[in-house]
Ligand binder design. Structure first.
Ligand code: GSH
Length: 335
């Protein structure tokens, strides 16, 4: 998990937890411009890029929960023809994320734009003096040949509203005006304690930091379990971005976070509401195929090499069936 400093690539682990008492503190994303329908500035005055079909490219690792959520919204909005995608190899290497060799991977491709080998080369193309962690997802502008944005929560919002003129599903709104306050509040807690919380459990380098993270994670999961008792979805009777942001963590939980990140007080399978809710979302048309859970296991366990200096061993289990029926029809959903 290397890092770029002033345009120079440094391999190795650079999480600097010792500066934060053993806690994992995620760095803010670097590129924060916005695509808007007409190229006007973004919601907080960010540089604007105009939405145009075929102009933007998404670099992802499907195993990454942050990248996965942008793929989900791209799919739900019907943006497959408008925004192209390259999937990278789901394995963390000395050189960070890598593009696949032609034909070598079942679910990853070479870089179609520049023939790059590593993601950090794409960051350097955007800014030769770049200082950043080369993370996925990356939204790339083929015309200006630069990174528009590498923050998934923002890419998700752009896909939701900027490309409606050529989206297959322009009427779908995952962040409706009247629900924004509730969505933002839930997102904040779920991001801190769950989406990022699992990483804090896994990346902590002191017992206290881990103990704090694991308590907060399960306190929030317990709360969400209770919330889903009377509501079909997180906000109520309609799916919003809050659900899809939670979904990508729930989907990886039992297969990766429970074991590899020591998030092991309970499995999602042990929560009746969360597990049924997870299966409902997984079974929505077009969703399951966006991630093969084996890729997620491969991605997380690939860290064993960097952490323990030996080849990674990917565990066989757990046995789980996300296609099994769910019971969520008992709660009302909006038409
Ligand atoms: N805040 C970013 C986080 C993205 C992120 O951390 N992605 C991980 C993959 S799961 C990554 O690329 N990590 C590489 C690294 O940290 O070096 C977002 O939501 O887009």
């Amino acid at each position: 998990m290397g890092i770029l400093v002033d345009g120079v690539w440094h391999s190795g682990d650079h999480h600097e937890t010792e500066e934060h008492g053993g806690k994992f503190v995620r760095k803010d994303s670097t590129f924060r411009s916005w695509v808007t329908p007409d190229g006007a500035a973004g919601p907080s005055g960010e540089d604007g890029f105009p939405a145009e079909p075929g102009r933007y490219h998404l670099y992802v690792v499907t195993a990454c929960p942050w990248a996965h959520r942008t793929l989900i919204v791209r799919r739900l909005k019907g943006l497959e023809d408008a925004v192209s995608v390259t999937r990278m190899v789901p394995e963390m290497t000395e050189n960070g994320w890598c593009f696949a060799e032609p034909g070598a991977e079942p679910r990853a491709e070479p870089d179609p734009l520049y023939g790059a080998k590593h993601l950090y080369q794409i960051y350097l193309r955007a800014d030769p003096k770049c200082s950043a962690r080369p993370t996925v997802p990356v939204l790339w502008d083929k015309q200006r040949e630069t990174i528009v944005n590498n923050e998934s929560s923002e890419i998700l919002r752009m896909f939701n509203s900027a490309f409606n003129d050529f989206a297959g599903n322009p009427d779908l709104d995952l962040y409706p005006e009247e629900l924004r306050k509730d969505i933002d509040e839930l997102n904040a807690e779920i991001y801190t304690n769950v989406n990022n919380g699992v990483y804090q459990c896994g990346f902590s380098t002191t017992q206290d930091a881990y103990d704090e993270a694991v308590s907060a994670l399960f306190a929030t999961l317990d709360k969400v379990e209770a919330r889903l008792d009377g509501r079909r979805y997180l906000i109520g009777d309609r799916l919003t971005e809050a659900d899809w942001r939670l979904y990508t963590t729930l989907l990886r939980f039992d297969a990766a976070y429970f074991s590899f990140f020591k998030c092991n007080l309970r499995r999602i399978a042990d929560y009746p509401n969360l597990s049924n809710y997870l299966r409902e979302l997984y079974q929505i048309d077009g969703i399951a195929e966006l991630l093969d859970i084996e890729d997620a296991k491969r991605q997380y366990y690939s860290l064993e090499r960097a952490w323990y200096g030996r080849p990674a061993i990917v565990p066989r289990g757990p046995v789980q069936d996300l296609t099994a029926p769910h019971n969520r029809q008992r709660l009302p959903a909006a038409a």
